[in-house]
Ligand binder design. Structure first.
Ligand code: SF4
Ligand code: SF4
Length: 280
C-alpha cells in the first residue's frame, strides 16, 4: 500500500475512506482558501512546470535533495494517485455529490476548455460546498464558452463519462486539496501538469495499487496497447510476436486493458509483484 494508505487510510486504501471526502474537512478555512487560490490562478501551474526545467539544469546532487523536498511538500497540499476504473467505481458507490468542471491543466497547456475534471464530495443536496467554493472564484476559465457554470451530475452519469474517457486513453487520477481531503478526480494525459512533471523526473503522484500483466496465450501481437500507454511500459517482441509489460515502469492505470480486444491484459495487486511492490 502507498504511503497515504498508511497515513490517511488506517492501513486501507486511503481513497476509499469516505471521511477523506467529507464536508467536515472542507469546513477548515485554510483548506477553503487553498482551494480558492488554486483555481483562481491557473497560470501558476505552467510557471511551476517551467521551474522544473530550471531545476533539471542544476547539478544532479542538488536535484537529488530538492526534488524529494518539493514532492514531500506537495504531499501535504495537492498530491494524486493513479486509479484504474474499478477503483473509480468503488468511490462512486459512496460519494453523493459530483460536479464537472473545465480542466485547469488543459486551460494552461492547450488553451481550450476540456471538461475532464470532477469535483466530488460526500454531502447531501445539489448545491455542494465544493461547488460553492469553486463558483466563488470567478476565474475566466470557469466561465468559458462551453460552461454555463459547473455541471452537477449523478454518480451514474459521471461513471458513464469516465468509461468513455477511458476509451479515449485518459488516465484516472485522484487528488487532494490539503491532504487528506480528496476534492477531485481528473482524467489525464501528457497535457496535464502531473504527467509533465513525471516526465521531468519529479514525483507528483503515486502509482496505482495495481500493475498490468499480459496473458501471452491470449495476446495476438496487434500492438494496440503499446500506443495507449502514456508511460512507455509496454514493449513488443518481434521473435514472439507478443507484448510484455515492464512492472518497474507500469503505473497500473489499466488503459492498455481497455484497448485490448483479446482481453489479454489484467491488473494484479502491486504488493504481489516483487519487481513493483515497493515502487510508488
Ligand atoms: S492489445 Fe492485447 S492483443 Fe494487442 S498486443 Fe496488446 S495485449 Fe496483445
Ligand atoms: S502498461 Fe497499461 S496499466 Fe501499465 S501504465 Fe501502461 S497503460 Fe497503464
Amino acid at each position: 500500500m502507498c504511503e497515504f494508505c498508511h497515513k490517511h487510510g488506517e492501513g486501507e486504501k486511503w481513497y476509499l475512506q469516505a471521511q477523506n471526502y467529507s464536508t467536515d474537512l472542507l469546513g477548515d478555512l485554510r483548506r477553503r482558501t487553498y482551494i480558492h487560490e488554486f483555481f483562481k490562478n491557473p497560470e501558476r501551474l505552467g510557471k511551476n512546470i517551467s521551474r522544473l526545467d530550471d531545476l533539471n539544469r542544476l547539478p544532479s546532487f542538488i536535484q537529488a535533495v530538492v526534488k524529494p523536498a518539493i514532492s514531500n511538500r506537495q504531499k501535504k497540499t495537492h498530491y494524486g494517485q493513479v486509479l484504474p476504473l474499478e477503483e473509480i467505481e468503488k468511490i462512486f458507490s459512496f460519494v453523493n455529490s459530483v460536479i464537472r468542471l473545465p480542466c485547469i491543466c488543459r486551460h494552461v497547456s492547450v488553451g481550450t476548455e476540456q471538461r475532464y475534471c470532477y469535483g466530488i464530495s460526500v454531502e447531501p443536496g445539489e448545491d455542494t460546498t465544493m461547488g460553492k467554493i469553486i463558483r466563488s472564484v470567478g476565474a475566466d476559465y470557469l466561465t468559458g464558452p462551453h460552461t454555463a457554470g459547473l455541471e452537477t451530475l449523478s454518480t451514474d452519469e459521471a461513471l458513464e463519462q469516465f468509461r468513455e474517457l477511458e476509451k479515449k486513453g485518459l488516465i484516472h487520477t485522484v487528488w487532494t486539496f490539503k491532504s487528506p481531503f480528496i476534492g477531485g478526480i481528473c482524467n489525464c494525459d501528457m497535457d496535464c501538469m502531473a504527467l509533465k512533471a513525471l516526465s521531468k523526473s519529479y514525483q507528483s503522484m503515486f502509482r496505482a495499487e495495481y500493475v498490468a500483466e499480459v496473458n501471452i496465450d491470449l495476446c495476438s501481437g496487434c500492438r494496440a496497447c503499446i500506443k495507449s500507454c502514456q508511460f512507455g511500459a509496454i514493449s513488443f517482441s518481434v521473435a514472439q510476436e507478443k507484448v510484455s509489460i515492464n512492472p518497474g515502469t507500469c503505473y497500473g492505470c489499466g488503459i492498455c486493458r481497455a484497448v485490448c480486444r483479446q482481453n489479454a491484459i489484467f491488473l494484479r495487486d502491486r504488493s504481489t509483484v516483487p519487481a513493483a511492490a515497493n515502487l510508488w
